[in-house]
Structure formats: structure tokens, C-alpha cells
Design a protein around this ligand. Structure first.
Ligand code: B12
Length: 320
């Protein structure tokens, strides 16, 4: 049952709102495909909502969040290995197995591979020349995330950005030390491309009604990082396990979103009909609460141990 909503953003924040809707930038209602436009977590001087991004970092946090952000920064600043002069040769099967092993050993919970596609690149960013994207997923603690939008959840988000970055650098360094260039990306800045469609192509799950990916084991509460490379690899296939079907009948995230930002039905967005989250409603709440993740915290798939059972249930339903 949808709760009555009374949350209103502060005047202080809304004075910084630009004269353009984030939904227009994102292409809500557009039926022709086009690349995504940079909107948030890009250099703030380059986007209309940049002043709001700066404002986010002026909001008071807590020592827990400050500490987690410092740790995250250490991971971001850690130098990469040099690319060894003599490249080691191996088959695509061998590289794929090694890269996946190293990803898990470096801290990722799940890993998948896809051929990189230019349509994921933000308008205005150069298309990366690498052929492959290795996508890593790192789970977030359910106990911490269920406190969202409190500081404990914000700290967990930063901690897991750190883990994702370390895991991506672990994979990139492994490849570099074997003589193959590799570029890691772990956030929190957006980088050159959108990660969710790459993660879908790499078999890491389906897009949920709440706009985040749902993985068959990790559920919805996990972060993404990636590595780009040309080393020969074998792509995974998308994993369609019934997450989308489940969302058709569930509306917990819609009901629990304080700014009422989640749509009950799919929308046309840049030529694709899919779940979409209203940027103009989501962002102000997110900004005033050190980040928000209520939608992924309340998602039934996020409860520990539930995702594999739900995936099985959805498979059984499909088989009937
Ligand atoms: C900007 C950004 C935000 C912005 C605005 C997002 C927006 N929708 O406009 C704000 C600050 C609000 C935000 C909030 C959150 N974000 Co955010 N965000 C990003 C970021 C940096 C860029 C995405 C972007 O530019 N979106 C704008 C346009 C492209 O949005 P869109 O058209 O609606 O498309 C969205 C999805 O449909 C999908 N997508 C894009 N293209 C396509 C194409 C197809 C075919 C499909 C199926 C899907 C798809 O990706 C987009 C994600 O926003 C990404 C990292 C990255 N590089 O991708 C993380 C990212 C998407 N965010 C993430 C998360 C977890 C969150 C939060 C839960 C916050 C938190 N505390 O962790 C909330 C959830 C909000 C929500 N319900 O959507 C994760 C998602 C992980 C996952 N399991 O899916 C990412 C990947 C970060 C990461 N490294 O892990 N985010």
C-alpha cells in the first residue's frame, strides 16, 4: 500500500536546480535510440545539475561516512602496474578462466564478460577502443543498507565503491603484469559509459523496477565496477531468470520511495521501453540524505538468501 508522501526538498537545494528537467536529459518519452547524456557524477562544470552535485558534498555527513570515503579514495588513488614489455599468450578459454578467478580473488562477488558496445558511451565521451568489458559486482551488507537513508548505509555504499575499485584494479594489474593493457573503473564518478546495460550483456542480471540491476544470487543490493581490455576473452550471455517478470507484480519499491520517484509501468527512454526512475524526484531526496538506497534495500531480492530461492520460483513458474 502506497504511503502518503509529504517530503519536500529544501529551498536551499532547489535554488540550484537548473532550467532543464533531468528526465529530458535522460530521454524520457523518446522513442528513437540515442546515447545517454551525462547527467550526474561527471565533472560538475560540464552538466546542468553540476551545482547540485557540488552541494551534495557540502552536506554534513558522519565520522563513519568520512572514514569510508577516505578508504574509498585510497583505492581510487592506488597506482596501477606498468604494462609488461613482453605480452604472455594464452587461449581465450584460458584468459577467461584466469580473469574470472583473479576477479573473485581480488574481492568481486560476481563477474561477467561482454563485448563492449559504443551505444553505452555518454554523448561527448570518446568511445573506448577496447574490445571487451569485464564487469564485476560487489554485494552491499543488507543490515547496513536497510538503514537507508541513514549514515550506516551511506558508509556501506562508499566501502563497497572501494571494494569494487580494488577488485577492478586487481584484474587490471593482473593483465598489465602479463603484458596486456587494461583500464579499470570503479566509481563513484560515472566515467565514460553506463554500467548497467554492460552488466546485463555480461550476464549479471535484469533491470528492476527500481532502476537497479537484480542478480540471481546477490539480489538488487550490489555495486558494479569494470575493466576494459583487448586480451582474448569469451563473452557471457544475458541472464534472464524472471527478475523483470517479478517486478511486473511487485511494487514495494514504488510504495516505499519517499519522493515517489518510481514508476509502476515501463517508460520509453531513448528508444527502449524499460523501467525508469524519475530523476527530478529521486535526486533531491538523494542529495539531502547522503545518498539514498531505500528502493534497493526494500526490494525482496535483496534479503539475504532470498534471491536464489526467488529465481528458482520464477523458473518453476515459467516452466508451468
Ligand atoms: C548518475 C547516477 C545516479 C544518479 C541519477 C541516475 C539517473 N537515473 O538519472 C543518482 C544520484 C540519482 C543515482 C542514484 C542511485 N544509484 Co546510481 N548511478 C549513476 C551513474 C554514475 C550513471 C548513470 C546515469 O548516467 N544515468 C542516467 C541515465 C543513463 O539513466 P537511465 O536512462 O534512466 O538509465 C539507467 C538504467 O536504466 C540503466 N541503463 C542505462 N542505459 C540503459 C539501456 C538499457 C537497454 C537498459 C536495460 C538499462 C539502461 O542505467 C542507468 C542507471 O542510472 C551509474 C554508474 C554508471 N557509470 O553507469 C550509477 C549506478 C547506476 N547507480 C547505482 C546505485 C546502486 C544507485 C543508488 C541505489 C544509490 C546508492 N546509494 O547506491 C540510487 C538508485 C537510484 C535509482 N532508483 O535509480 C549502481 C547500480 C548498481 C546496480 N545493482 O544496478 C551504479 C551502476 C553505480 C555502481 N558503480 O554500482 N545514481
Amino acid at each position: 500500500m502506497k504511503r502518503a508522501r509529504s517530503w519536500k526538498p529544501s529551498d536551499e537545494q532547489m535554488r540550484l536546480w537548473p532550467g532543464v528537467s533531468g528526465n529530458t536529459i535522460n530521454g524520457l518519452g523518446e522513442t528513437t535510440p540515442r546515447p545517454p547524456s551525462p547527467i550526474y557524477w561527471h565533472p560538475p562544470e560540464r552538466t546542468p545539475h553540476g551545482p547540485l552535485q557540488r552541494w551534495f558534498y557540502t552536506q554534513s555527513t558522519s565520522p563513519l561516512v568520512d572514514e569510508a570515503r577516505k578508504e574509498r579514495q585510497k583505492a581510487i588513488d592506488a597506482p596501477l602496474s606498468a604494462v609488461a614489455a613482453t605480452p604472455r599468450d594464452a587461449s581465450a578459454e584460458a584468459w577467461t578462466a584466469e580473469v574470472k578467478r583473479v576477479a573473485l580473488e581480488s574481492g568481486a562477488d560476481v563477474v561477467g564478460i561482454a563485448g563492449f558496445r559504443p551505444e553505452w558511451v555518454f554523448a561527448g565521451s570518446p568511445v573506448p577502443p577496447e574490445k571487451w568489458i569485464i564487469v564485476l559486482g560487489v554485494g552491499m551488507s543488507y543490515e547496513a543498507m536497510r538503514t537507508a537513508p541513514d549514515a550506516l548505509a551511506a558508509a556501506e555504499v562508499s566501502r563497497q565503491y572501494g571494494r569494487g575499485t580494488r577488485a577492478a584494479k586487481g584484474v587490471a594489474n593482473f593483465l598489465r603484469e602479463a603484458g596486456h593493457p587494461a583500464e579499470p573503473h570503479g566509481g563513484p564518478m560515472a566515467g565514460a559509459f553506463v554500467l548497467i546495460p554492460a552488466a546485463i550483456a555480461a550476464g549479471l542480471g535484469e533491470l528492476g523496477k527500481h532502476g537497479s540491476l537484480i542478480h540471481r544470487d546477490l539480489g538488487a543490493s550490489f555495486r558494479l565496477a569494470c575493466v576494459l581490455t583487448d586480451v582474448p576473452l569469451i563473452a557471457d550471455a544475458p541472464d534472464v531468470f524472471g527478475g523483470d517478470d517479478f517486478c511486473q507484480r511487485c511494487s514495494l519499491c514504488v510504495d516505499e520511495c519517499p519522493p515517489d520517484a518510481i514508476f509502476q509501468v515501463k517508460q520509453d527512454v531513448r528508444g527502449e521501453r524499460r523501467w525508469y526512475v524519475d530523476f527530478d524526484k529521486c535526486l533531491p531526496f538523494f542529495n539531502e540524505h547522503m545518498g539514498c538506497a531505500i528502493c534497493v534495500a526494500v526490494c525482496p531480492w535483496s534479503r539475504p538468501g532470498v534471491a536464489p530461492r526467488l529465481a528458482q520460483k520464477m523458473a518453476a513458474r515459467k516452466a508451468r
